[in-house]
Design a protein around this ligand. Structure first.
Ligand code: HEM
Length: 500
């Protein structure tokens, strides 16, 4: 026992000494020596301090310059001009991902967690078709129906004094929409009591565990062995994670148990993503329930959490600032005059400059993913200023730093849609990267724009529901912590409103 501890300590010290020595190719990059020596440095900010490492990285850049080493394995760059060099399409160069950023999240083997560029492309190809602009336009009717269901419920709550948590409300429609896309099952979270908080809580309880799972991935393996009763009592987050895995698997088993031909799948615009993948030319080994379950977990989570945040943020700022709300309602009058008989079209709404400005500002301040998104270059070295970055070194940049750059966005933490109107600084578009860029950018961005345009059009039409903020302030809404997906302060009470 004593010998084991001694050997572990000696190994740890030797490893740290190697990481700091000239023998390690990353030792020439500046940064705090402790961060370079051990992953526990990042663990402290991610887990003990509850998700503040991205903000620490900002401080580290101030001290050490635009390229730094942030842990024993990774570099981080703070220079907006480098973004388009780092995040590139496959026609420019192959891009790998850094698996350590996915360990423990339960999504290994999904396309997103696929390290190799070529395998990632193969796995993503059938999904790209499914989430193309054309495909999303084909399901615009279903998206519209969900949004109308939300609107009907909100109008029915007029004057009742019932407090509504807008995050639950938005998570219910984004969850219903992505649920139908994935599995054809109309889950109808939007019609559940209080907008089905269990769905929001399931996703965000899992997210709250993400920083710990990332650093100590074996916790997830161990969870599988712990009895449900124990988890329920002592570790609710672990139970939620397990439920989530089961949900994804059920969808796949159902589709496998009632197979239909590839032709029938393609002819039916309502065919689910699972059926589409099952009928694709991916090899059978890629269609195992285990792997597809991970794809679904990724897509169900990604499809709910980030869009909910962005919609919530825009709605809060619009109702907290009467001039924003008034301008939105005025601009939306023409395209929504036929509602509810006729849903506005996404293609019409997206042409409205003020709605577009609100959406961009909402995406800017909700960041998408606040933390860095590390990429590797498996074939060629990258160069940054005087530095040569060795092949396969993970290098990351963050939307947080791009979106809050005060040289490009004056008063960067203020929600000012007007900044996106007229002849604005083109550098704002360079710095606007909520969906990242390149071959591993967001798969769901067309869906996001369709959902945001249509939801905001219906909610902020002139005779749409009128909200009154209830016991909520800006600090409950702004994103303050990085739990892989950004979240507001840990004791946020949510965004609560009454319908007047
Ligand atoms: C406001 C909403 C959203 C934002 C800002 C956003 C942002 C992002 C970002 C920054 C990435 C890159 C992550 C990485 O490097 O690992 C990403 C990836 C991804 N997003 Fe989104 N996302 C949003 C909504 C959605 C939706 C609705 C879906 C549903 C399909 C989705 C599915 C995905 C998937 C599957 C990936 C992984 C892509 C890959 O690795 O090739 N996202 N998203």
């Amino acid at each position: 026992m004593f010998l084991d501890s001694f050997l572990s300590l000696a190994y740890g010290l030797l490893l740290a000494a190697y990481r700091l020595s000239f023998l390690c190719p990353l030792s020439k990059f500046p940064g705090p020596p402790l961060a370079a020596a051990t992953g526990w440095y990042e663990f402290y900010y991610d887990v003990i301090k509850g998700g503040v490492y991205p903000f620490k990285i900002v401080d580290m850049h101030r001290q050490y310059g635009p390229i730094i080493r942030i842990n024993p394995w990774e570099l981080h760059v703070s220079d907006p001009d480098f973004y388009s060099t780092l995040y590139v399409s496959g026609s420019v160069r192959r891009t790998g991902m850094f698996p350590r950023q996915r360990y423990g999240l339960g999504v290994m083997e999904s396309h997103n967690a696929t390290e190799s560029h070529d395998l990632h492309r193969n796995r993503r190809k059938p999904l790209d078709v499914f989430f193309s602009r054309q495909s999303i336009e084909r399901i615009e009717g279903m998206i519209g129906d969900e949004i109308k269901a939300l609107d009907d419920r909100l109008l029915a709550l007029r004057g009742t004094g019932q407090v509504i948590n807008l995050e639950y409300a938005y998570a219910s429609i984004t969850g219903d929409i992505i649920g139908q896309i994935c599995s054809e099952e109309p889950i109808s979270l939007v019609n559940g009591p209080d907008f089905s908080p269990h769905w929001y809580n399931l996703i965000f309880t899992c997210i709250s565990q993400a920083p710990l799972f990332l650093h100590i991935p074996w916790v997830v393996m161990a969870l599988k062995l712990i009895p449900v009763g124990f988890l329920l009592r002592f570790y609710n987050g672990g139970l939620a994670f397990r439920e989530y895995i089961a949900l994804a698997r059920r969808h796949i088993e159902d589709a496998k148990n009632s197979p239909i031909s590839a032709d029938a799948v393609h002819r039916n615009s309502k065919s689910s993503l699972v059926r589409y993948i099952l009928s694709s030319d991916l090899p059978e080994s890629e269609k195992s329930t285990e792997r597809l379950g991970r794809e679904l977990m990724l897509i169900l989570g990604a499809g709910t959490a980030t869009t909910t945040r962005a919609l919530n943020l825009v709605t809060y700022y619009a109702i907290a600032n009467p001039h924003i709300e008034a301008r939105l309602r005025e601009e939306l009058a023409a395209v929504t005059k036929g509602y509810p008989a006729q849903m506005p079209r996404w293609s019409e709404v997206e042409r409205l400059p003020y709605v577009t400005a609100c959406i961009k500002e909402g995406l800017r301040l909700s960041f998408g993913i606040l933390r860095r998104l590390p990429r590797t270059s498996p074939d060629v070295e990258l160069r940054y200023k005087g530095y040569t970055i060795p092949v396969n070194t993970p290098v990351g940049m963050s939307a947080y730093m791009m979106h809050t750059d005060p040289d490009v966005f004056p008063e960067p933490f203020k929600f000012i849609p007007e900044r996106w109107l007229g002849d604005y600084d083109p550098l704002m578009n360079r710095n606007f990267v909520p969906f990242s860029k390149g071959s591993r950018n967001c798969l769901g961005l067309n869906l996001v724009y369709a959902e945001m345009n249509l939801a905001l059009a219906v909610i902020f039409r002139p005779d749409g529901p009128r909200f009154k903020i209830y016991d909520t302030d800006e600090s409950d809404v702004v994103l303050a912590l990085d739990w892989v997906i950004p979240v507001p302060k840990a004791d946020s009470r949510g965004t609560r409103v009454l319908v007047e």
